[in-house]
Ligand binder design. Structure first.
Ligand code: NAD
Length: 496
């Protein structure tokens, strides 16, 4: 069984008060790793290490090309250890093998893209338009923000850790990353990889733990930036806690994403796309397409095919490569999902399919919930509340204006999609959606070179792409006088 220690100041150390817990498989309930739970002293030690590293010459003076090399080396090592990472991620997070493979591949790609972004980013640049010959030379200098506290959820553990650590290394910040205590294992392996790739001691510290550890990190006076991915409710609490020390923040929060099918959509692709949109990783994805809006003219045909295709989904042991749909992460999430299903039934939303826990054989070892669809209106709770499980609410609409109004009728604004054979028409709709990502005839695909994040209560700021890197930089205006004679300076007689 794996042992996941705390990674503090370049060393793998046990918890100072000896506290450990066992991380269990979502599909077999077997113990997969013993994990060290940091004490409050350990959290302080991790922040102190990050603070020392931030001010160290070794890190401050390391040029962008060297940091870019380290990022590339990390990408390579992730690929080398992909088999082990996939196996651990399948058990720790209940991911199917196919999803875990994609996660490992995507994390390696992300580090590679960050390596390129770091190498090409201009950390200091003169603004020719703002500068005036004989008067001033004006420069922008981008400098690392400082010590970061990074807090991630359990649904895409390795990907989320990568998205956080990549820009830290690219910019010259330092960090304490806290994995979710439900899924601490892959971040522990990532610590080993960073160590092997020459990340200097203290630059990245990796610990796990729950809300209390997160709160201590957020409140820490030496932390300059908090990057959080998780629920909107916890994000709001963190923002309040950041206010007293004016911390910089990036917030990647919840979603309730609209998925719009227009009359002229390719039926086969749109149906499979709609299923993939809300059922990928059993619906435990922030950008899940859980509000399916289908136009009147295609509605009946669409629903007939949707309800037939949903029966073809390969539900089973996530470790089996044939499986497309596995268990929920744990009992707590299962109870949350079932409570929304029960509420929808009480509110008389029409249940179209699913709604129950699966049992027998492999299903008895985890929490498997049938893919579930309800017909809903904006009055139903599941039209607007995020569930984070395999439940979709389907709503019929007549006109494009109606679709846009339904889609934007949400406090969230993370993602959305439009399905249509007419891509120009689809783009007119896409442009009107209040969301950070919109796909046309696609879903869930992300490009590490492009920004990801939410409008409205789905977040603040962006991850990935050059925007994701800028989120870890302060901009300094450097004014160099190009006007040396005293009497030509505009202020020379201001006081005299
Ligand atoms: P959560 O908000 O319960 O927990 C997220 C993390 O915050 C965990 O590591 C947890 O230990 C920590 N935490 C909890 N309370 C805290 C506090 N008061 N102070 C500091 N840290 C605290 O979320 P979850 O259940 O782990 O994940 C599901 C949520 O994450 C969903 O809402 C989902 O949409 C969202 N999510 C968003 C994105 C995105 O990119 N926008 C990606 C993945 C998940």
């Amino acid at each position: 069984m794996k042992e996941i220690k705390l990674y503090i100041d370049g060393k793998f150390v046990p918890s100072s008060d000896g506290k450990t817990f066992v991380s269990k498989s979502s599909s077999t309930d077997e113990a997969i790793a013993t994990c060290h739970m940091p004490s409050s002293k350990d959290v302080d030690a991790a922040v102190d290490a990050a603070d020392r590293a931030f001010h160290s010459k070794a890190w401050r003076d390391m040029d962008a090309a060297k940091r870019s090399e380290i990022l590339l080396a990390i990408s390579g090592k992730i690929k080398e250890r992909s088999k082990e990472l996939v196996e651990l991620e399948v058990h720790d997070s209940g991911s199917t093998v196919r999803k875990a493979k994609a996660d490992v591949h995507n994390t390696a790609s992300f580090f590679k893209v960050m390596s390129k972004v770091a190498a090409s980013f201009k950390f200091e640049e003169q603004d020719e338009a703002a500068s005036r010959e004989g008067f001033s030379k004006n420069f922008r200098r981008y400098e690392p923000l400082g010590v970061c506290a990074q807090i991630i959820p359990w649904n895409f553990p390795l990907v989320m850790a990568g998205w956080k650590i990549g820009p830290v290394l690219a910019t010259g910040c330092t960090t304490v990353l806290k994995s979710a205590e439900e899924t601490p294992v892959s971040a522990g392996i990532l610590a080993e990889i960073l160590d092997e790739c020459g990340v200097p001691a203290g630059v990245v510290n990796i610990i796990t733990g729950g809300a209390e550890v997160g709160k201590q990190l957020v409140a820490h006076p030496k932390v300059a930036k908090v990057a959080f991915t998780g629920s909107t409710a916890v994000g709001a609490e963190i923002l309040k806690n950041c206010a007293s020390t004016i911390k910089n923040t990036t917030m990647e929060l919840g979603g309730k994403s609209p998925n719009i099918v227009l009359d002229d959509a390719d039926l086969d692709i749109a149906v499979d796309g709609a299923l993939y949109a809300f059922l990928y990783h059993q619906g435990q994805a922030c950008d899940s397409g859980t509000r399916l809006l289908v136009q009147d003219g295609i509605y009946d045909k669409f629903m007939e095919r949707f309800l037939s295709r949903i029966k073809d989904i390969k539900i089973g042991d996530p470790a089996d490569i044939a499986t497309g749909y596995g268990p929920l992460i744990n009992e707590k999430q299962y109870k949350t999902v079932m409570s929304f299903i029960d509420k929808s039934t009480q509110e008389k939303a029409k249940l179209l399919t699913g709604g129950k826990r699966l049992s027998g054989g492999v299903f008895d070892k985890g929490y498997y919930v049938e893919p579930t669809a309800f017909e809903v209106t904006p009055d139903h709770t599941i039209f607007y509340e995020e569930i984070f499980g395999p439940v979709v609410g389907i709503t019929r609409f007549k006109t494009i204006d109606e679709a846009v109004a339904l889609a934007n009728n949400s406090k969230y604004g993370l993602a959305g999609a439009v399905w249509s054979r007419n891509k120009d028409q689809a783009q007119v709709v896409a442009n009107r959606l209040e969301t950070g990502t919109v796909w046309i005839n696609e879903y869930h695909l992300l490009n590490p070179g492009m920004p990801f994040g939410g409008f409205k209560q789905s977040g603040l700021g962006r991850e990935m792409g050059v925007e994701g890197m800028r989120a870890y930089l302060e901009v300094k205006h450097l004014w160099v006088s190009d006007c040396d004679p005293r009497d030509q300076k505009p202020w020379f007689d201001a006081l005299f």
